[in-house]
Design a protein around this ligand. Structure first.
Ligand SMILES: O=C(O)[C@H](O)[C@@H](O)[C@H](O)[C@H](O)COP(=O)(O)O
Length: 223
């Protein structure tokens, strides 16, 4: 696990956007298409603001979230909404977005349908992850029911998570899928998350789910 430190979040956003654009461009030199899964939450949006203008063959890129809150696509809490507003614009508007949320259905009812949409795009070419101070990533939260199965080597592509700490159910890519990405980026801001990442190294994945996806990971940190 390599850690790149940046003087500020703007410099991090520019450099990580350039690295991800480079990862995608390189993958597209040797493959017909590329796939990228990106975190929701508040961290990635400034990176998207730079990445969306990258001059690559976005029409050959399949884009998805690493996880989705089970809310309508127009909800303030929707990762799909944030991705559509901040990444699926400018040149990147040509990318094909693969939404996880299906209206008026429970997450458990759509797993097979959404997994069949994702499966052809695996392994992911690129993953951009965030992390909570509780060492969760995507929607793999410590102590949540179903976490052990979502961390298992033979885990399905997707897992439904219902964390007590969150206001809605979530659907998440499993650790197996996230960890198998060809290029892996984790972005964290601030000392608290930096300390949490250090703690995670000495904890089992059940207590620190981020631990399950750190192999070959490039961590990008800014104050
Ligand atoms: O749906 C989500 O919220 C993300 O996928 C989640 O895993 C996020 O990366 C962390 O919770 C960090 O969130 P912040 O970037 O807001 O700190």
């Amino acid at each position: 696990m390599k850690i790149s430190e940046y003087a500020d979040r703007d410099m991090l956003a520019i450099d990580v956007a350039n690295q991800i654009a480079g990862d995608l461009k390189t993958h597209l030199l040797h493959h017909d298409s590329a796939s990228i899964a990106v975190a929701g939450g508040t961290t990635p949006a400034p990176i998207f603001d730079d990445l969306c203008a990258a001059d690559i063959d976005w029409d050959r890129v399949r884009l998805m979230a690493t996880d989705e809150r089970w809310v309508p696509a127009d909800s303030e809490r929707s990762n799909a909404r944030m991705i559509r507003e901040r990444l699926l614009v400018d040149r990147a508007a040509a990318a094909r977005f693969l939404p996880f949320h299906v209206p008026a259905r429970a997450p458990e009812d759509v797993l097979a349908e959404v997994e069949s949409m994702i499966e052809p795009e695996l392994p992911l070419s690129v993953v951009l992850l965030g992390m909570g101070e509780d060492m969760h990533t995507a929607s793999l939260f410590p102590g949540v029911d179903g976490l052990e199965a979502a961390l298992a080597p033979n885990a399905p592509i997707l897992a439904v998570m219902r964390p007590d700490s969150q206001p809605e159910p979530r659907i998440s890519l499993s650790a197996r899928v996230l960890d198998a990405a060809i290029s892996k980026h984790l972005v964290i801001y601030g000392d608290a998350k930096r300390e949490a990442l250090e703690r995670a190294k000495s904890l089992p994945p059940e207590e620190a789910p981020i631990q399950a996806v750190l192999s070959e990971m490039t961590v990008h940190w800014a104050p």
